[in-house]
Design a binder for this molecule. Sequence first.
Ligand code: GLC
Length: 807
Amino acid sequence: MITNTELEYKGNLYPSGLISYEHDQDTINFISKNGVRLQVTVLRDNMLRFRYATNGIFENDFSYAIDEDNLHGFSHLDVSEDETHIIITTEKIICKVAKDDLRVGTYELNGKPILEDEQGFHWEETFEFGGNFVKMSKMSRDQENYFGLGDKPTNFNLKGKRLSLWNTDQYAFAKDTAELYKAVPFYMGLHGNSAYGIFFDNTFKTHFDFCHERRNVTSFWADGGEMNYYFIYGPQMSDVLTSYTDLTGKPELPPMWALGFHQCKWSYYPESKVKEIASKFRELNFPCDAIYLDIDYMDGFRCFTWNKEYFPDPKRMVKELESDGFKTVAIIDPGIKIDLNYSVFKEALENDYFCRRADGPYMRGKVWPGECYFPDFTRPEVREWWSSLYREIIGEIGVKGIWNDMNEPAVMEVPGKTFPLDVRHDFDGHPCSHRKAHNVYGMQMARATYEGVKKFNFPKRPFIITRANYSGGQRYTSTWTGDNVATWEHLWLANVQIQRLCMSGMSFAGSDIGGFAEQPSGELFTRWLQLGIFHPFCRVHSSGDHGEQEPWFFGEDVLEITRKYVELRYQLLPYLYTAFQKYVEEGMPILKPLVYYDQEDVQTHYRADEFIFGNQILVCPVQEPNVQGRRMYIPRGKWYNFWNDKLVTGGKEMWVDAPLDTIPIYIKEGAIIPKYPVQQYVDEVKMEEMSLDIYYKIGKENSEFYEDSHDGYEYRQGIYSHRTFKFTGKEDEMIIQQHKQGKFSAPYTTFKLKFHGMPFEIKRVFFENEEVNVEDLHYDKENQTMIVHKDFSELHIVGNSNGNTAE
Ligand code: GLC
């Protein structure tokens, strides 16, 4: 970082000694002799905001990322000073600002350093653009590791990496490609079993160096704007991540169908082809909830139009697909074709909605439709207009979801593949150049799309997917990892990228299963789909240039295996939906990388293959061809092999069999996993009974199960059901207690309990504290199942022990 800019000759400038400081409510302002102002705001006991103004004057305080509604304040704040420092103390941390040079350190209450400035804040003036390159350098501690930064296609642990954030259309990107589609300037550091987070809320091109340039220094800097960052203390990674999502927001619950299986291709057309694909899914009993229309559904790639030759009556088609359980999702790009006979273009032109170059001409660039102009989504009126354009496609035609693409923004055949930097943007009343607005352009497009789809799909829930995004964009949209390639390395990348997005507050994410570019072998497709069914967003997509990628294309064996896995996803939908609800309510990531799951175990710090799906299911994809198994790390605790119910003790690496029809899956002991029967699409069948798979344990474990009507907003009026199960197991006894909240009444009346690993024969059963006959609960000894009323509050089983030991 010290040698990164062209303007190096002017050198770095630093704050000098403190001349005064002032404490006003939650804010402490420091002024240095050379006019630098540092403002520290205490947002929560574990969250501080730092802003620096090099000449004492702050820019207007505005952020697209921050979700203002969510900051709840702090419980304790004390400001004092000693000879060398001003000391800010909250209920959880101490922050010291040096009188000499304004360098900052944060400490646990016992004095243990969390994060200390190395050079701290410094800057270089940029004469060309005005303003500064703003820089921050921090000490890295022994054994410190780093995680986060959105969709970066690199090692999960970022130590040793230097990365920059500048949203870029990277067709067929590779491992270590520096810049991808999203900018999430948030990372977590972990050392000595304590974690903290840094959110550098700066939309210019930002840079991060994790001990790459110097072994003991981590730094971040931006090509402009303010040094404006949030420091969040853990000590658990979950504390950091949930505080970060409180700060930048969480999405609303998606319709449950959006968690089903989706099939996409560039492109399915005409209508007969779309229908043929849809019918084939049904004919083969391969569950599927959504089918996608890529750019060819449009008239000459003009957004919000239809090619009437291919799709003569889209409303009828969408309706027919819907009657067979298929929701239609259609793509909308930002580039608007220059064509005075095209109403969207004309309207935007007349209202001056398009972006302009610095000297006045419109920003003109080539995308799929040819030469285009581009709406300035950073202007509120433009977003309002854009959202109104969804009236027909959503409100009248009945398309259920919108896919926003090319919104980095991508421009073809030009250096940099995007807008020139002089392009002007409104930035919600803070006019600026593209240098500042570039990284939020896609986010603001997705935001306008979300508003529109929500309005015209009401009272149903909206579903949006975007390629480009910025921190906070998770409030509006899901995402995918863009134009990957059908290679084994990309399968590895998809696994790392989705875990990383989950660790960066953007859990609703998936990859193009099978690879977008090139064509996978049947084996690669199978392995990828086995992983993909555990990703929050699960879609097969491919480029039309390379042949077919429907599950039946690879032959009977692949079809059988992949069907089995998609069926498993449908069975696990209530479990996934529950994990989604925890993400929406608490910001819990839907996938938990092992380091997040057990940060105290240093074995997890460099592991990225294995992850926890939801709270209690451990998954480890096979990422190589021609193997019959693999070594994997089982985290601490005891886990049941999902395939044979064998119990293993974790905290060690072991060989696991995984022939082509098997992906290693383990269930945490004590877990209670809700399962649906297989359906061809969400809500195909009326649920008559819900299964609960119960994995015996000696000890206690809690599980949750959230339900509602799967779409619509009644859940916000309390029409949901949130069940907590408390499992307690002893040598010869097991108790399951249930606590239910919410007013939703599910269509079924009973739970079918299935016991796994129960080490004794049942002798006596107590239901709601009364002894009952096991036959009354339809106990099936061979299958270890029992049927109970869904609203039971306690089931107590007493048996004779005959042992159950872990490997
Ligand atoms: C971009 C998208 C891809 C899409 C294609 C055509 O490459 O990333 O998903 O299929 O454009 O619209």
